[in-house]
Unconditional design. Structure first.
Length: 225
């Protein structure tokens, strides 16, 4: 398991792994790009809800060690996005002849194929789209926000069922499932027809948590009326 990962502007995935890991040992002895690898990512909802896996992604490509000047650039990019400064300092010594096998190693996955199976369906993704994608502004806060909504605003979430039209609402339990700049997805359980998901779009994309508060207020107000 990588300790940390990030994506470069070119769409490559940079991985920080233990020098003792199978991936590090295999990449160290591979010739150029002859080592193929697949990263499997599982997205699990941060709240307790039936069927918590929100999606899976598979990124396949060629794995190589990050060497030379590229290592400094990739280490800086990783440190900027994740708190792994000390480990990256150790990784910087991986070429030193006296160091033996490094404690940590930076690896690069040059992505050639991507498959996604999530709440929106299953499809293939062009690696160029991964390179061009921007992180959602709420991604770093999503888990905390969903847990807060679940713990403190369960009744108001349940009230959103009123926006769905003529559904049987008695005894329905609402659990926030996912959140992004475009809207909120809620899983309703306890319905006679079984559980179902509903997506509630915001009036406009939100840029930060302050914008999210306004969007949620609008959503709850619409449900109350």
């Amino acid at each position: 398991m990588p300790v940390a990962r990030t994506v470069t502007p070119d769409g490559d995935v940079i991985l920080l792994v233990s020098g003792e890991s199978a991936a590090a040992r295999a990449a160290a002895h591979a010739q150029d790009d002859d080592l193929t690898a697949v990263i499997e990512i599982t997205d699990v909802a941060p709240v307790s809800v039936p069927h918590r896996i929100r999606g899976r992604a598979w990124l396949a490509g060629w794995l190589t060690p990050v060497r030379g000047d590229d290592r400094t650039v990739c280490a800086a990019l990783l440190a900027e996005r994740q708190p792994v400064g000390e480990l990256l300092g150790l990784a910087e010594s991986q070429d030193a002849p006296h160091a033996g096998r490094p404690a940590w190693m930076l690896l690069r996955l040059e992505v050639g194929e991507i498959s996604v199976d999530d709440l929106w369906g299953a499809e293939r993704v062009d690696p160029d789209d991964l390179a061009a994608a921007e992180p959602d502004p709420l991604v770093g806060h999503e888990a905390e926000l969903l847990q807060h909504l679940h713990a403190a605003h369960g009744d108001r979430l349940g009230g959103l069922s009123g926006l769905l039209g003529p559904r049987e609402a008695e005894g329905i339990r609402a659990v926030p499932l996912s959140l992004d700049r475009l809207g909120l997805r809620v899983r309703f359980t306890g319905s006679p027809a079984g559980s179902f998901d509903a997506r509630f779009d915001f009036p406009e994309p939100v840029a930060d948590v302050c914008g999210l508060r306004r969007a949620m207020h609008t959503l709850f107000s619409a449900a109350a009326h």
